[in-house]
Design a protein around this ligand. Structure first.
Ligand code: DGL
Length: 270
């Protein structure tokens, strides 16, 4: 048994492409439909109600594209919207926080874990709760790094402003008792070189997206839902705004041919 329908992914913007890239790597034959809500990003400074409403529209859009599962390639939507939306839709939906939290709990030897994410993710305490549920001895220090999102979206990661902000934000994790840092925002793997420059190579950087994709792959395999295509899957990327910049940065990041990059209007799926 198999299922040829695409895998759907959603994010507020470019960050979800770090997860998309991982789907391409781990499941190259799967078709992919991605939607980034560039028109309304960043989500990290919005209320839970707003994030839930926007995410609901993205989910409806992906369902209209006949996807078989949906990956929330966004920590902010996972923390703030997934628990509510799970009760509204029957399609299997996967968030990035639980797999990232499990990986962090298994990685730390010192039992001190850092988590960086958007304001809404850190305020939700979703990571601390999930990590502490795995191992109550682990101490979690969460820090909101909302500006990192704009450094990625505006392609400014190497600017002086960005360098200064990244160094200041990450300073508490220079304490060697922190042996693990969760990149609790899908935009942040795009800043790995800048983060390593501040924290060095010793600390283990947990990429929640990578952990999630391997979890989803196991799920699809166990439920006979992987495709039986034996050629590379098609990749369709959609954004709700800022399409010119999105196209440029998406092509740069994925660095492989993409079948379609287009602007969508969510109006019809509300
Ligand atoms: N990439 C998103 C995340 O993982 C959100 C960034 C934002 O829109 O603030 O949380």
């Amino acid at each position: 048994m198999s299922d040829k329908r695409p895998i759907g992914l959603l994010d507020s913007g470019l960050g979800g492409l770090t997860v998309t890239k991982e789907v391409i790597k781990q499941m190259p034959n799967e078709d992919i439909v991605f939607i980034g809500d560039e028109a309304r990003m960043p989500y990290g400074v919005k209320t839970k109600e707003q994030i839930t409403e926007y995410t609901r529209e993205l989910v409806k859009y992906l369902i209209s594209q006949d996807v078989k599962v949906i990956i929330y390639a966004c920590n902010t939507a996972t923390a703030n919207a997934l628990p509510t939306l799970k009760n509204e839709f029957s399609i299997p939906m996967f968030g990035v926080i639980q797999p990232g939290a499990v990986a962090a709990s298994l990685s730390t030897k010192t039992k001190y874990v850092g988590v960086i994410g958007t304001e809404a993710t850190i305020n939700s305490k979703s990571y601390s709760k999930a990590i502490e549920a795995n191992d109550p001895e682990i101490k979690v220090l969460g820090i909101a790094a909302q500006k990192f999102v704009s450094f990625v979206e505006n392609d400014e990661a190497d600017s002086d402003d960005a360098k200064k902000n990244i160094a200041e934000t990450l300073a508490p994790y220079k304490d060697p008792k922190y042996d693990t840092l969760v990149l609790g925002c899908t935009h942040f793997p795009m800043l790995k070189p800048q983060i390593r420059e501040v924290l060095g190579n010793k600390i283990n950087l947990v990429d929640s997206g990578v952990e999630t994709v391997s979890y989803v792959k196991d799920y699809l395999e166990a439920n006979y839902l992987l495709t039986d295509n034996n050629k590379n899957g098609s990749i369709k990327l959609h954004a709700t705004g800022g399409i010119k910049e999105f196209k440029r940065l998406a092509k740069d990041w994925l660095n492989i041919p993409v079948d379609e990059i287009s602007l969508v209007n969510l109006g019809d799926n509300k």
